[in-house]
Design a protein around this ligand. Structure first.
Ligand SMILES: Nc1nc2c(ncn2[C@@H]2O[C@H](COP(=O)(O)OP(=O)(O)OP(=O)(O)O)[C@@H](O)[C@H]2O)c(=O)[nH]1
Ligand SMILES: [Mg+2]
Length: 615
């Protein structure tokens, strides 16, 4: 039996390798319109026209085999057969951006120099046409000495031809071995220029979309204002647009709870359902609309090409704290979740830049913090507007996100002048072409995000909330004693509470912090369950967690809780991924320590100042 053949997708960042990979294998790898999206190798199965399966490997984009960053190192190793546990790929599928041919032909020569069976996918033909370029694949094929297949990955054009060429590639192996380029970088650049010229039949002087739009968006004065305005709109929308949906969901959870109370006889099972599942997990699920809206904006920024522009705009500011615009994309990804953010830092070449970025990534407000912020804001911040179309609640949310960013910048500055000392490295990032986000991609992306959130609610959040419910429900209270006082959880809270009392935390808050280490959203379900268990009064029990917080917490206490969540390291998975990416416990331990210290100080300052102001 012969071993399955391996083909690897290689090329510059943002050439469309992952888009081709998805189209050819049916996978759902993340694709986005900026360089550095893929940071790991991923394998999938491609069926050749003959039906024979081939293992197709998607790789991180690379500018050269002189790997500068950890993700490029992966590409080099896989291609050269040095990647542990993986055979050398027989066929290389070299992906070139037709609209950026000259640049992409530089690395292409390095790949061809390997003398291995290679097929070129001349991708993004549609964008080249949009820019008024007419290309000649045959001429390019003659110049490169390998088959060139025009493709449009996102419209599934040229896929059959590409698969056929991959099937044929091996038969050319012998001729291919004769290719020898052996050129220095300047020579390669020159050769790339000649080859690109030879392959471009005509260019119309059509003005590219990029120039005009970039003149505005990258303008040193207007650009940042637009970026800032956009972020502001996002946080307003998270509150304003989500409200009707969130209310409907909350109503549904309440109605189900009512039915359960009527149908299920009083006892442990009913309590489990109403206090644990519905009050607890239900209180998190109602945040689905907010999460979807946040990701809608993130996905549009990623797909349109604006993300890389934002990185460019932020570069100057980042240089001020010793980082480069390269750190911007990992940090922005951390708004979804710090885990992919920390992994995206692999695209940063400088080791100290990378370490600093990993250490500050948890300060970016991840989407798991959104339910926590939203519950507390809804409970204690009035739903008033502070200007035309500017809601106070959205403004507070914006300030919380901003606090995380400012905190991260200050920490970066300190780290860069102490433990991760070094000068800011230069920033070069190609600007991707602008694209209208495709509705289908957006829909799939949103669906994936919503699914991740719901799965978390159904798994980790569910399990942790139920465990907490059990600890809150036993042992049962004597008549006259509060259930919280009697329970195991109550005793645990009594241990932690004295530490947190000085910064204004009550006992329920202190307790909620422990299970929230598993997933931050659990802070919400934990509070909801605690209040549900601890309530004898049926009317009060029917109230949502928001109402209970509004009734029971003082404003300084609530603000202190928010400030805590801006800084606190609140999730074990983030710590684990930081360990993996820094190869040891030293830096994650440092990260956890400094974040807890910051959270405590920030919570305390907020509480004392708010109290002093008489809020
Ligand atoms: N118009 C057009 N867009 C494409 C085509 N192929 C890919 N794209 C888009 O180009 C962007 C980059 O695609 P990816 O597949 O993420 O690129 P990549 O080569 O994997 O990039 P890295 O992982 O960063 O190395 C995405 O926004 C895709 O939707 C194409 O043929 N035509
Ligand atoms: Mg990719």
């Amino acid at each position: 039996m012969s071993r399955k053949r391996i083909a690897a997708l290689v090329g510059n960042p943002n050439a469309g390798k992952s888009a081709l990979f998805n189209a050819l294998t049916g996978a759902r790898q993340k694709i986005a319109n900026y360089p550095g999206v893929t940071v790991e190798r991923k394998a999938g199965r491609l069926a050749l026209p003959s039906g024979e399966p081939v293992e197709l490997i998607d790789l991180p984009g690379s500018y050269s085999f002189d790997a500068a960053s950890p993700d490029e190192e992966v590409t080099r190793k896989v291609v050269q057969g040095e990647f542990e546990g993986e055979a050398t790929p027989e066929v290389i599928v070299l992906v070139l951006d037709a609209a950026n041919l000259e640049q992409h032909l530089v690395f292409a020569q390095e790949v061809l120099e390997l003398g291995r069976p290679t097929v070129v996918a001349l991708n993004m033909i549609d964008l080249a046409e949009r820019d008024g370029l007419v290309l000649d694949p045959e001429a390019l094929s003659a110049a490169l000495g390998v088959p060139v297949i025009p493709t449009v990955a996102v419209r599934r054009k040229g896929l059959k031809e590409l698969a056929a060429a991959i099937a044929e590639a091996e038969t050319h192996a012998d001729e291919d071995a004769h290719r020898q380029w052996h050129l220095t970088l300047p020579e390669r650049r020159l050769a790339a220029k000649h080859m690109a010229r030879g392959a471009i039949l005509s260019t119309s002087t059509r003005h590219t979309v990029e120039n005009g739009v970039d003149r505005v968006l990258l303008n040193p004065w207007i650009g940042p204002v637009i970026l800032f305005g956009l972020l502001f709109v996002i946080f307003q929308a998270v509150f304003a647009w989500a409200t009707p949906f969130a209310d409907a969901l909350e109503g549904a959870v309440g109605a189900i709870s009512g039915v359960v109370t009527d149908v299920v006889p009083a006892g442990l099972i009913r309590d489990f359902l109403t206090e644990g599942v519905l009050a607890g997990v239900g209180s998190v699920v109602v945040f689905l609309p907010q999460i979807v809206i946040l990701f809608f904006f993130i996905l549009v920024m990623e797909a349109s090409g604006y993300m890389a522009r934002a990185a460019f705009l932020m570069d100057r500011l980042m240089a001020g704290v010793g980082l480069s615009g390269k750190s911007f994309i990992p940090l922005l990804s951390s708004f979804a979740c710090a885990i992919p953010g920390i992994m995206a830092a692999r695209s940063i070449p400088d080791a100290r830049d990378r370490l600093t970025t990993i250490l500050i990534a948890p300060l970016m407000t991840c989407s798991a913090r959104l339910p926590v912020y939203a519950v507390i804001i809804a409970a204690v911040i009035p739903e008033t507007s502070v200007g035309p179309g500017i809601g106070l609640q959205g403004l507070v949310l914006f300030v919380l996100y901003l606090a995380g960013i400012v905190g991260a910048m200050v920490v970066a500055l300190v780290l860069r002048s102490t433990v991760a000392r070094g000068a800011a490295s230069g920033f070069i990032m190609e600007m991707p072409r602008y694209q209208l986000p495709r509705i289908k991609d957006l829909a799939i992306g949103l669906w994936q995000r919503a699914w991740v959130f719901l799965r978390r609610a159904g798994t980790i959040i569910f399990v942790v909330t139920i465990a907490l419910w059990l600890m809150l429900s036993f042992p049962k209270a004597e008549p006259g004693e509060s259930q919280m006082d009697a329970s195991v959880a109550g005793r645990v809270a009594d241990v932690l509470h004295p530490v947190l009392e000085p910064i204004g935390f009550n006992r329920e808050m202190s307790l909620a912090l422990i299970p929230a280490m598993a997933a931050r959203e659990v802070a919400v379900s934990a509070l909801a369950t605690t209040y549900a268990v601890d309530t004898e009064d049926e009317d009060l029990a029917a109230q949502g967690v928001t109402d209970r917080i509004a009734a029971l917490w003082s404003l300084p206490t609530a603000l202190a809780f928010l400030a805590w969540f801006v800084f606190a390291p609140q999730c074990i998975s983030t710590i684990a991924v930081a360990r993996r990416e820094t190869n040891g416990w030293k830096w994650p331990a440092f990260m956890v320590a400094y974040l807890f210290a910051l959270a405590y100080v920030a919570g305390g300052l907020t509480f004392w100042i708010a109290t002093a102001l008489g809020l």
